[in-house]
Design a protein around this ligand. Structure first.
Ligand code: ME8
Length: 516
């Protein structure tokens, strides 16, 4: 097992809804990072799963007319299936109704109680079931007919019940110190600033149990209370690492998590409540929470009532899996909001994959098939333009690594595409087709430099487009064992004489795919 470990998580999704493009987006971003780290020599733990307790899920089960557990069994499977359809490489899938998790949350509760951070009281205030969140009066806005709305637009209701509280108000200063000492804890920086000003505004104690419904984890020694669903849900990240067994090999290896990837809607829970709970229990907070932006559809908010929810499976069906993966990760500066546009997707597929990378490989490989004995040609001395192309190829992994470590996924893919572009320009300038008659030795050098560049592009394309990159590497005769980042650059140079299988297009143009 590699000595370096990396633990990355998606949010666990509510089972009240069908998976849509937003869930696919977060999970794909994590998959890109997980695959990148794995190819870069890390032992990666990659967790996703479903959030199954709370009032929202209980209501959804009631509406469906089935018992909540049976309802969760059904809907949780949809999220498992989605991960599979997206070719996601998660190493675990957690459900908050599993015994391992119930044991873990109850153990955390006991720790918080023993630390003196939980007390029994009475909650009276606003609650939004859709967000599963409590709100202060001054956070609300006026809705239709005198109703009130949460900042997310969710309707709120007045709740009055006995409740345990977590002494969040006592954690403000310690949280601010923690953010200060760990500047990379919240990314992007704009979101970090929002969290800091929220905490500076003063924190209220947090209601952490409910008594007016039953679908949740019972509070130890007081089963009239069930735990607040966010305390329950956040703990999933530790459960999967082996909590409460803090001596277990897996807990020691993976906790604290390297990265919780979340959407901006749930940053407060992850960047304020979660580290406060953990510090109060004497446990280490995760190393980073990254909050990405929100997708809209052709300029409109995505919602069931507008009927414009994008089904990721339909996208895969129409455009191809790797094409969809590439587009979602490439289109929007990661962290910003993004607008899904069909013409934008078609444009990326055709210009960057079909005409860009696909055509580069297809031109080079079919030329080698015809004019270089269907094998890797032997290079002669390198000219300046060959050296320049190879230098860009050899340094690409460093550029991408730096970007991936800051979750700048779009920057990583931009630098990948820049090399595709440079290689296409190189082929036009070096013009192997004219060299065929005038200078076959030089032609061989040019083809070799191209093949070597395509090899590195294909290795580095694996995180975003695993299947297509693998097919490309097959065509270059690169063995399975030589596809990790350890084989980039000089370490894995293509050897002259390696046979090249008959080339086949890997990235069809969108129209071609539609006609086929
Ligand atoms: O909040 N654009 O679950 P959830 C981008 N169970 N991302 C989107 C999106 C959109 N339009 N819509 C959803 C929960 N997402 C809790 C989490 S974690 C301990 C508990 C993604 O099913 C994004 O990652 O409502 C967002 O944070 C998440 O789905 C919310 O999923």
């Amino acid at each position: 097992m590699p000595s370096k470990s990396y633990y990355i998580t998606t949010p666990i999704y509510y089972v009240n809804d069908k998976p849509h493009i937003g869930h696919a987006y977060t999970t794909l971003a994590c998959d890109l990072l997980a695959r990148f780290k794995r190819l870069d020599g890390y032992d990666v733990m990659f967790l996703t799963g479903t959030d199954e307790h709370g009032q929202k899920v209980e209501k959804a089960a009631q509406t469906a007319g089935i018992d909540p557990k049976a309802f969760c069994d059904q809907v949780s499977q949809n999220f498992r299936d989605l991960a599979k359809s997206l070719n996601v490489s998660n190493t675990d899938f957690i459900r908050t109704t599993e015994p391992r998790h119930i044991k873990s949350v109850q153990a955390l509760w006991d720790k918080l109680l023993a630390a003196g951070d939980i007390y029994l009281g009475h909650y009276e205030g606003w609650y939004a079931v859709r967000d599963e969140a409590f709100y202060q009066e001054d956070e609300l806005t006026a809705g239709p007919d005198g109703s009130k709305l949460a900042p997310s637009g969710a309707p709120v209701e007045w709740v009055k019940e006995p409740s345990y509280f977590f002494k969040l108000s006592a954690w403000g200063e310690r949280l601010l110190k923690f953010y200060d000492e760990n500047p990379g804890f919240i990314l992007p920086n704009s979101r970090r600033n929002e969290v800091i000003s929220f905490v500076k505004g003063g924190l209220h104690d947090l209601s952490v149990s409910r008594t007016t419904f039953k679908w949740g984890v019972p509070v130890p020694n007081d089963p009239a209370h069930i735990m607040y669903v966010w305390l329950d849900a956040l703990t999933n990240y530790m459960t999967a690492a082996g909590y409460p067994d803090t001596d277990s090999a897996s807990y020691k290896r993976y906790w604290p998590a390297d990265l919780h990837m979340v959407g901006k809607d749930i940053l407060r829970f992850h960047a304020v409540y979660w580290p406060a709970f953990l510090m109060a229990a004497g446990l280490q907070p995760p190393k980073r929470v990254f909050a990405h932006g929100w997708w809209t559809n052709e300029g409109q908010k995505i919602s069931k009532s507008l009927g414009n929810v994008i089904d990721p499976l339909a996208l895969i069906e129409e455009f191809g899996l790797d094409q969809t993966r590439y587009f979602l990760m490439r289109e929007v500066p990661f962290g910003n909001d993004g607008d899904f546009r069909r013409d934008g997707l078609i444009q990326r597929i055709n210009s960057e994959l079909a005409n860009g990378f696909g055509n580069l490989a297809q031109r080079t490989l079919s030329f080698c098939a015809k004019n270089a004995d269907a094998s890797v040609p032997a290079p002669g001395p390198l000219a300046d333009i060959d050296e320049a192309l190879l230098a860009q190829a050899d340094s690409l992994s460093d550029t991408m690594r730096k970007a991936m470590d800051e979750q700048a996924l779009h920057v990583a893919l931009q630098s990948w595409y820049d090399l595709v572009d440079a290689a296409n320009k190189y082929i036009d300038v070096a013009a192997p087709w004219t060299l065929r008659k005038t200078d076959p030795a030089r032609m061989n050098t040019v083809l070799w430099a191209l093949l070597e560049t395509i090899r590195q592009l294909a290795i580095l394309a694996q995180p975003a487009m695993p299947d297509s990159a693998a097919r490309m590497l097959d065509q270059l005769g690169v063995s399975e064992a030589a596809r990790s980042f350890a084989h980039l650059g000089e370490a894995g140079r293509l050897r002259a004489g390696t046979p090249l299988p008959t080339p086949q297009g890997v990235f069809p143009r969108y129209q071609d795919a539609a006609k086929a």
